[in-house]
Design a protein. Structure first.
Length: 176
């Protein structure tokens, strides 16, 4: 996309909460279309994770997941959203974003495993999908994933099997 010297991430966040519908749409396209190669100021996005505005938190979460490792400074706040935000959609977005920032981080692994018991089936399913990309899974993690084969939500139960299949098909990354 993807350098936008004429605009900054702070401006995009202001557009999200502004009255101009075209600007709001443009902000979502820019934030959701970021790549690791884009050079945009990350501090406004990192700060946005602590916003009271759920739209800002959501799009900052998405954007930080899109830029990946460059967003490592915000990982603790991202994990806080993943494990404790009252809105399931924000927890779900943060669960998806965290392993894109660091698929080897122990706190990410633990947060994703904790999300397997989230009250929302959407968050549990997202955690299953996110665990596939982790690089530090252990045998007990596979057991936790397998335990969701009996989840009351049939989609979560099915994704448990899909996650296990994809983990086993990928490069060996289990700690003994």
């Amino acid at each position: 996309m993807n350098n936008h010297p004429e605009n900054t991430s702070a401006e995009w966040l202001s557009w999200l909460v502004g009255a101009d519908e075209d600007r709001r749409k443009e902000a979502t396209l820019r934030l959701g279309g970021l790549t690791p190669e884009d050079s945009v100021p990350l501090q406004p996005l990192l700060d946005g994770l602590r916003s009271d505005n759920e739209t800002v938190v959501f799009w900052c979460t998405v954007a930080l997941g899109r830029v990946g490792e460059a967003a490592h400074a915000g990982l603790a706040d991202l994990l806080s959203v993943a494990s404790g935000h009252p809105k399931f959609g924000l927890r779900q977005a943060a669960v998806a974003a965290a392993p894109r920032v660091d698929p080897r981080d122990e706190s990410v692994r633990l947060t994703l495993l904790g999300a397997l018991s989230d009250p929302s089936e959407c968050v549990r399913r997202e955690a299953l999908q996110a665990l596939v990309s982790m690089r530090n899974l252990r045998s007990e993690d596979l057991a936790a994933i397998r335990s969701l084969e009996n989840d009351p939500d049939p989609n979560v139960a099915r994704w448990s099997e899909v996650a296990l299949r994809n983990i086993h098909a990928g490069p060996r990354r289990l700690d003994a």
